[in-house]
Design a binder for this molecule. Structure first.
Ligand SMILES: [Zn+2]
Length: 143
């Protein structure tokens, strides 16, 4: 008998500006806020610029490219929806825009992960109405 599919949880949104970030991801492009006063990129989503204090910003498309700043391998499923995926790599990506983002590495064997490895965003559908940004090695899968 086939097991029921357990959907992955969507990110828990605590503020409307976080919802804007996730909504922007749904068209398959990664956007970050960019300060309209000093042009600094920002992530996590927030209302003021950490550099100049401005409230003005624009949602601006990212190149989606960066490198692995840090990672850890998760061996335990902390939610039933991840049971089939362990072990998997949780990563921090430093994007070309300078922001750092926690995400998940896909299409890469755990043995191939390296510090500063170039990665690019990809999107994984986790629900009928939700896609989640993940990252994969630049140039395709690494096994
Ligand atoms: Zn600024």
């Amino acid at each position: 008998m086939e097991q029921p599919v357990i959907q992955r949880p969507k990110p828990k949104v605590q503020d409307p500006i976080e919802q804007e970030f996730w909504d922007k991801c749904q068209d398959g492009t990664l956007y970050f806020q960019r300060c309209s006063s000093c042009n600094v990129w920002r992530f996590l989503p927030r209302y003021t610029c950490a550099k100049c204090g401005s409230f003005e910003f624009e949602w601006t498309p990212s190149t989606g490219r960066g490198s692995i700043f840090s990672w850890t391998v998760t061996h335990q499923a902390f939610h039933p929806a991840f049971a089939a995926d362990v072990p998997y790599a949780a990563i921090v990506v430093e994007l070309e825009e300078g922001v750092r983002m926690a995400s998940r590495l896909v299409n890469c064997s755990l043995d191939a992960i390296a510090l500063d490895m170039p990665v690019e965003v990809c999107f994984e559908r986790i629900a009928d109405d939700f896609i989640l940004p993940c990252f994969q090695p630049v140039g395709g899968a690494k096994q």
